[in-house]
Each structure stands twice: as C-alpha cells, then as structure tokens.
Write a protein that binds this ligand. Sequence first.
Ligand code: HEC
Length: 463
Amino acid sequence: MTKINKILLLMFGIVLLVVASCQKDYNYSIPPAPPKAPPKVSDSSTTLEAYFTNTPPNTINAAYWKTANYLQVNSTTIIKNLLYGDGLLNMTGTYNGSTDFNRGGNPKLSIKAAYDNTNLYILAEWYDSTVNPSQASWLYEGDYDPLKPTEVSTGWTSQRNSDKLALAFEIANASSPAGNFSSVGCQACCHGSGNSAIMSPTSGTVDIWNWNLATSSPLGLMHDLVSTSAGLVNDAGTPIATRNVAGSTDRSGPAYEWNGTDQTVTSPAIAGGKTSLLDPAFYLMNKTPMVGSAVNGRAVYSSQGCNTCHGDNGEGGSGGGPINTMSQNKKSRSAYKAAMDNVPDMSDYWGPLSASDQDDVVTYLRGLSGVPGYVLNSSASGSTTDISVVTNVTPSNISNAMFVSTNHHSKYQVLIIRKLKTNNADDIQFDLTASKIYNFGVALMDNDGKNHVGSAKEILTFK
Ligand code: HEC
C-alpha cells in the first residue's frame, strides 16, 4: 500500500467512525430527566406535585409531608339535590352541596403527593367536624326523611350514611355529553340528570378510588372501582364489603348480626400492617344470621310494658334509660339477653317471655340501635384491594372521634397508597416513561354517597 493509499484509508476510516458515531447520536434517545428533589419548604402549588423520595412516606406524620407542596382545592358543588331510591332514608347530608357540606364550612381540601420506585402516595386533608361511619344501617321504625315526604319509614328502612373521599383518573378515552376527561375531568363520567344521573361515561373507562368511612377505611383500604358505559362497578376480585340484606330491597331488613367474636383486622403491610379491633357498635365483620322477628318484637315490647319505663321507641323514660343507642350493638345476642336477665327491675317484664319472644325483642331492639348495613370482608382480594389507606380516624379511635366531643374531630387526614403500575386492566397505570402528567377529579361527601363537593379537574404532576 502506498503512503497516499494508507492516508486515504485512514481518512476513510475516520469518516466512517464519525458517520457511525453521528448515527449513534442520532438514534440515541434522551434519557428521562432525573426526579427533582422534594421541596425544603411547604408551599402551595397549582398542580398536585409528586416528588420522588427513597423513604416511603407511608405514615401521616412522615417527615416528607411536612415540607411537601400542597394543592389547595377550591371545592365547589359538583352535584346536588340527588336522592336515593325507595327505603334509603336520611342518607343525603350533602343534599344542597357546599351549603350542607360540613354545615356550610369550607372543607379547605389540601392534597400532597409523593412517589418512590413502587408506589404513589397521596395525602388528603379536609375539614368535616362530624364523623359519619355508617352506611344504610337497618333501623326499625326509624325517622322519616323530610326530603322524601311521600316515603313511609314503617318497618325496616336503610338509614345513615358515611363520609367519603373519591378520586377519578382516566384509564382510557372517557367522554360524556359534558366533554372529554382531559377538558372536564370527572364530569366525563357523569351523565343523566336529576336522580337518574349516573357515574358512567358514554364511552371510555375511568378509575374511581373511593375512601368510605363505613365500608373501606376500617380495613385500611379504599374501594377500587371502574366506571364505563355499563356503569360503576367494583374492580375484579373478592369485594371488601357486601350489603347486609335479608332480601332484595332496602326495606328487607338485615341478614346478619355480630356473632360475638373479636373482629380483628390488620391493615395492609404498606399501610403499617397495624392490627386493631372493629367496634361492633359500628362495624360488622364476624357475623351470624339475624334470628327473630322485629314485627313481633315490636308488639311484645309494647304489650309487655317495656315502653312504660324505656319510652315508646327506646329513647328512655323515668323508669329506665335509653336503649336505642349504637353502643347496644357492642353486645352479642347472648350477652344482650344476659344483660336484661340481670336487671332486677325488669324481671316481671322480661323474665316471663318465651325464648322466641325474647329473640324477637332483641331483634327489634337491634333495629332501634341500627344494624350495620354492610358486612366487611377481611379476606377480600384481587384488583379491588389495590389501594391502601392510613387515616387519623381508625377502627380503634372511632367512638372517641364520634362521641367524646364534637370538637375532638376537626379534620380528616387520609393517606392513599397505590402501586404506580398494577398492570390490572381496570386500573390507571402511572407509567412515568410515557407521561408525568395525569388529570384527575376529586370529590368529598359528608354523610352522603350521591351529592358531592370538590373539583372536577385537577392535575397530578410527577416531578
Ligand atoms: C320498671 C321499669 C322497667 C321496665 C318495665 C323495663 N325495664 Fe329495662 N331497664 C330498667 C332499668 C332500671 C334498667 C337498668 C339501667 C337503665 O338502663 O336505666 C333497664 C335496662 C334495660 C336494658 C339495658 C341492659 C344493659 O345492661 O345494657 C335493656 C336492653 C332493657 N332494659 C330492655 C327492656 C325490655 C325489652 C323491657 C320489656 C320486656 C324492659 N326493659 C322493661 C327498667 C325497666
């Protein structure tokens, strides 16, 4: 090879190298920007900012939350003036929207977020000074509902409602007559008007996360639901709560009562794995079929003169105290009977009753206190159990929060934990390589499950 040829070959080689490296550069995709460090001082932000952290902020008091930025939600009435169907009475505490929620007080909903390699964390805090932990409890001859003047409240009816927080995320192309999710948020899964309004997009799919103080929170979970044109249903799996009903309507009465066994629940490991006892005054998990007839129990209560001391509806009188309180549910059926056996003043009234009349009376008395409307399932599983929660109102402190004083409770703190990617078809996936921005809607309910306040569209940004 001549010297010139060698030089040419060398130059050719260099050109090849440059071209190759150019091409390499050309094909090279820009690596995603590393996550930003969390803020050092808490400040308000216009979107819900999730910062990366290596230490899972899975407690309400975790250091992360003290300096995290917060989205202050301007809550307004999202939907109002809705009523439940027949037999469901006094369950619409947010009937007039914002003027009813927290008795008209601003909920001042504030939300913070974080993520680590596995999970998304969302901490929501809002003011609601009354704790409502029941849903569709069974009352016998309960109050009539002034908002439903044509409906009688004789016999069994379903009453009382819970406090709730709901989030909506778009899974795929959701739209309704109101518009697309990207423009109108969760209004994209709301259509129909008046009482026929339903949580259902005309097309597409929406993920609904619903924290419910009666039916999900005691288990350390949030209901995981999916809304499509077919309606709103639980995600796949074994549901965390089922209706406690002895028939097919909301006047059929309860199927079950507490069986007297401690109701031990353990929250999901990521939510602390704490074990606590569900208070049977509010919650039903360990169950036995409800025996006895409230109709006959009611008749015996009057004919036997129980009302002369305890009042016509168990409200209490000069001869005996109130026996219509929720705390009466803390007794199993046998303990309930034994307690009455032990009151000397009552031996002439209670003692002579036949065993079946006694059972009927206990069933009637359960209907005065209110039998939990749902049975909780501690062995729920599947996609419906994807979302864990930690709250400041727990199964262990609920009666304090409710009864010690109305000021004892001022605001809810609910920390939501979910995998970034569940890989379930009925869930939104937070795939940060595909997008760092997600639209969502947020709703609050006070003693209600239909009418709500909140904000139809907010934005979650992964930083
Ligand atoms: C002469 C008055 C009197 C009559 C009649 C009477 N009770 Fe009582 N009852 C009492 C008193 C007194 C107590 C004990 C403390 C309290 O609740 O005031 C009591 C307690 C109870 C308790 C609470 C037990 C506990 O320890 O939790 C129940 C439930 C109850 N009565 C049901 C009945 C029923 C049902 C009848 C009718 C079969 C009845 N009582 C008739 C006076 C009466």
